[in-house]
Write a protein that binds this ligand. Structure first.
Ligand code: NAD
Length: 493
């Protein structure tokens, strides 16, 4: 349990993220006794709610979105009394004064200046005014106690990310800033480090000596739904590759830190991002594939094409699918292709990492066995949560026939009700542990990796925009990206 008494302030407390993720996460942490004994949550929003009205709204949302929805009335009542709603206009000075009064009153009640966690769950254009006002009012000045959580997107290109970091660094110390990427809070993603660095059998194989290629897939079955207006200005490269997929890449490819300590782990991740080879403009078409979904069918239902979605420009050139190949220029990974793909309206919801090992060098079984397959390690992130290692065995019988089999570790079997990513990340932020949050240099490096691609795609000089039917696995060009090197996508195709 986190012990330090804390005031939690949610800017955007009436928004979508607060409703679906933040309140359910705080509530689950509370009933599992992870929250500090003394805390308050101040939800800020522009809507007019009475205290009872807001608490009733939170209760409704918990029933719908909380992983634990069989809680007792007593549990709810003891949680709800911690919540205060404050009508708030980010651009108004009075609002910050009112907030300050509430924070100070809780300090008085606790007989000490308690910790403060400010969650900026608002549109990025408000980060400037919120952080400047917090600074001006001196509300987040205690470096050891006060933390600011920032949601993605962290800028829309490298220059804007640098500007955002400069702005934040003017108002807070870097160690106070928690840039959230919820993928890093997922059990299965965190487990990549345990799997790699707490076992002796895998790490010696984890290099270009034994690994042929690595694949990272984050496929979504949903389309842009009602977020077409936002998505059309973003696209899959910015929305997914720059953050989630590159962060997963870091977990898979980083070297072992000497200790499991925040700055050491983040140093190792930053090293990998620095070592990712930048793609030259004239090579973009060789290394990347972008595409948009057209009409198709998902789960037996017709799905309209991207350009027909509400809020999307009918002439849009925004990509809803990206496949790409990266190389990492360091001794461990030299020459190993890292393939990534992500898309919306795809055949299946599936996030996974597949490590494809080299073929056995000896020819012992070269004749008479068509089924000889290289070992494959699959880390399923969602919705399946498991690790699978495929290996060859002799099929029982009189002749020497080979057969691939799997060893499986399944999360659902041992922990069917494991915490949600936001729970893990919130408890870490309450504890002052920034290991799973992104440091400014990581964010800027990740933007740097995709900078030439963003630029080229804007100009459209080298890269066509392919199409794929909604409900498929993407355009044929994404398969060709791998088949040129004798590879193929190994999760469902
Ligand atoms: P939202 O539009 O649903 O909510 C925005 C909130 O901001 C509302 O509570 C609104 O009252 C408040 N707000 C707007 N203008 C204000 C003003 N002048 N004064 C006071 N409050 C004001 O947005 P959201 O979907 O909850 O997203 C919040 C942040 O989280 C964004 O940065 C978004 O990019 C990020 N994010 C959201 C999701 C998600 O699933 N919703 C996922 C990842 C990241």
């Amino acid at each position: 349990r986190t012990t330090a008494p804390t005031s939690i302030v949610v800017f955007g407390g009436t928004g979508d993220l607060a409703k679906r993720k933040l309140f359910p996460a705080f509530f689950n942490l509370f009933i599992d006794e992870w929250m500090p004994v003394r805390f308050q949550i101040i939800a800020l929003g522009r809507k007019q709610y009475s205290q009872e009205g807001f608490r009733a709204y939170v209760l409704e949302n918990l029933k719908e979105f909380s992983r634990n929805n069989k809680f007792t009335e007593e549990q709810w009542l003891s949680f709800s009394e911690k919540i205060t709603f404050l009508n708030f206009d980010i651009t108004g000075e009075n609002s910050f004064q009112n907030l300050n009064d509430k924070l100070t009153a809780f300090d008085v009640e606790c007989n000490s200046r308690v910790n403060r966690l400010f969650y900026l769950s608002v549109a990025p254009n408000f980060i400037d005014s919120v952080s400047t006002s917090l600074k001006k009012a001196g509300m987040a000045d205690e470096v050891e106690k006060d933390r600011i959580i920032i949601e993605k997107p962290f800028g829309y290109d490298k220059a804007s990310a640098v500007a955002l970091n400069e702005l934040l660094n003017q108002n807070f110390k870097e160690e106070q800033i928690y840039r959230i990427d919820h993928y890093l809070g997922k059990e299965t993603v965190q487990n990549i480090l345990a799997f790699r660095f707490a076992n002796t059998v895998f790490e010696p194989l984890w290099s270009n000596r034994h690994i042929e290629s690595v694949q990272i897939t984050v496929a979504e079955q949903v389309g842009v739904e009602d977020r077409g207006g936002y998505y059309d200005h973003s696209g899959a490269l910015r929305d997914m590759i720059q953050n989630h997929l590159l962060q997963i890449l870091c977990m898979v490819a980083m070297d072992a830190p000497v200790e499991f300590e925040s700055s050491l782990i983040r140093d190792k991740k930053a090293e990998i991002l620095k070592a990712v080879r930048r793609i030259k403009p004239e090579d973009i078409n060789h290394y990347t594939v972008r595409a948009q979904y057209t009409d198709g069918e998902i789960k037996g239902n017709p799905k309209q094409g991207y350009k027909q979605e509400p809020g999307v420009d009918p002439n849009s050139s925004t990509e809803t699918f990206v496949a790409m190949k990266f190389y990492i220029d360091n001794p461990r990974w030299q020459g190993v292709p890292f393939y990534m793909r992500t898309g919306k309206s795809m055949a299946q919801k599936k996030s996974c990492v597949i490590v494809n090992f080299k073929e056995v060098p000896n020819k012992t079984f070269a004749n008479g066995t068509d089924s000889l397959r290289p070992n494959q390690l699959t880390i399923n992130i969602q919705p399946e949560m498991d690790i699978r290692l495929s290996f060859m065995t002799k099929k029982p019988g009189l002749d020497m026939t080979l057969n691939p089999v799997e060893m499986v570790f399944d999360y659902f079997e041992c922990a069917p009700d494991s915490p949600e990513a936001y729970e893990t990340l919130l408890i870490d932020a309450l504890d002052g542990d920034s290991t799973l949050f992104m440091r400014s240099d990581q964010v800027e490096e990740a933007w740097d990796i995709i900078a030439t691609i963003q630029e080229e795609w804007k100009n459209g000089t080298y890269s066509p925009i392919y199409t794929y039917a909604a409900g498929s696995w993407g355009p044929e060009a994404a398969n060709e990206l791998l088949s040129r090197q004798g590879h193929r996508w190994l999760s469902a195709t």
